[in-house]
Ligand binder design. Sequence first.
Ligand code: ADP
Length: 543
Amino acid sequence: MRARLREELRRLWLEPRDPRLLQLGFSVLFMLDMGLRIAGDLELRTGPLIGLVLVPTAWVVALVLPWTRTPEWCRLALLVLDIGIVGLSRLDPQGGSALLVVIPALWLGFAYGNRGALITAVATVLLVMVPGVLYIGATGINLSRSVTTTVIAVTVSLAIANVIQRVRGGQELIELQRRVGEAILDTVDVGLILLDGEGRYLTMNRRHHDFMRLAFPHGHSGQAGQLGAVYHEDGETLVQHEDMPTFRATQGEEFDDQLIWVGSDPLTRRALSVSSRVVREESGRFAGAALAYKDVTDFMRALEVKEEFVASVSHELRTPLTSIHGFTSIVLERDDLPEEVVHQLGVVKRNVDRLDRLVADLLQTAQVERGLVHLDRERTDVAALVRQSIEAARPAIDRAGLSLSSSVPDHLVVMVDPQRFAQVVDNLLSNAVKYTPSGGRIEVDLSVAHERVELVVRDTGIGISMRDRSHVFSRFFRSRHASQRSIQGIGLGLSITKAIVDSHGGRIEVESEEGRGSTFRVRLPLDAAAERRVPDQEPVSVT
Ligand code: ADP
């Protein structure tokens, strides 16, 4: 209600089509002039009396007419009538105040610009000055009043016309800039939206309209966080209110690459990678957010095809590998083989083992990509697992001329998938061995810190450059150093390790200095239900 009243008043004040406010002001001042004249015992002549009748009539007309639909000439006629009424009020032997023409003059300048000033000049001369001079006579004072009043009215009209012209010029410039901005936004192939501080949609480009139609086929309220056909990365789980990118953005969150699917039809749905940036006022107050939606459907589909291909190829490779492995082992068991053949078969077996690990990694990567890190959690003594991994790695450590020290408690029982956990330790340990030149040192620590299991694998190897550090957990990433030194690997171990740690609700971090070594730190939440025994003796340190 208050808002409507405010809006109505704003319209009355700013809308040049609606002269009701003007007419009210004019009527009040005219009546005041007449009232004062009557109070001053001035006898009113016919002219002022007609004016006295016409003023309320004009006010009623102004009130009744629907100004937004009334033809233009009606308003012009009303304004000229006002000037005429001022003229009538001056038809008095002593003359009256003609300054009231300033009000219609203002409005004429406001509504019609310089044209309005011209109309003011003509109407004031013809309706106020000439009749006044004719009726009262061309006395010096009368002529002077006539000229100054006309000049004042025209000046006021011109002044307001000028101001309005500038304001409108400014608005046109802003409008032009807005259109240029919109045109630029429409040329980019990324959906863009701008939210205000309350989460209302301020603007969006054409590309984003397409996404909106897919996500909200039944329309959108224009408020951030509305639920629709928006799915998580798996393409099946609907995104809840608090995970909607627009809602996150209104909470002041800045993020990159939130992957969503929009649309429920599998044939037409699109995959979008969303980023958000917050807009703040100078004072730091949240003023809104800008979101960019990049269409990554083709990439996602290509990825799907690649994953399926990798998965099926790896699967197909496994069967012949298993049989080569099995038969090589059987042949190796014979004791009538010449030594040279045993050696050659040993090479075959080692390479088959390597190929087998590679295929296993590829298979697992394909599963991880499909979000299939399946965990069989059980109460596991992770301390025992770490010790076993160390023992298994010891031959390789010795061959590489490295030393190893470890600090592992006797027992540490937590709820994890034992096979996956062992894989994490094996991967980190085998990397430490691979990337540490002969004479280096490896350290393995397992402990409990801040209600978390902490596994640290530290080496004094080649280290990882600052630039590479953010990529080491990406699939198929290998540092330049690793490739240059022909160290074996295809860049899958750490991505698998990270996926396993993530699916346990943990975190993996790396600290490193090029040429000085690396430290990989894994933290897993300690399941409250699992019992744990902290070391009851000093940590073992083996060198
Ligand atoms: P791979 O070892 O098969 O190349 P990973 O995913 O295990 O694949 O490692 C990815 C990359 O991270 C490696 O190629 C190497 O560049 C770097 N990296 C991993 N561990 C270490 C380490 N301990 N020291 C130095 N670089 C490492």
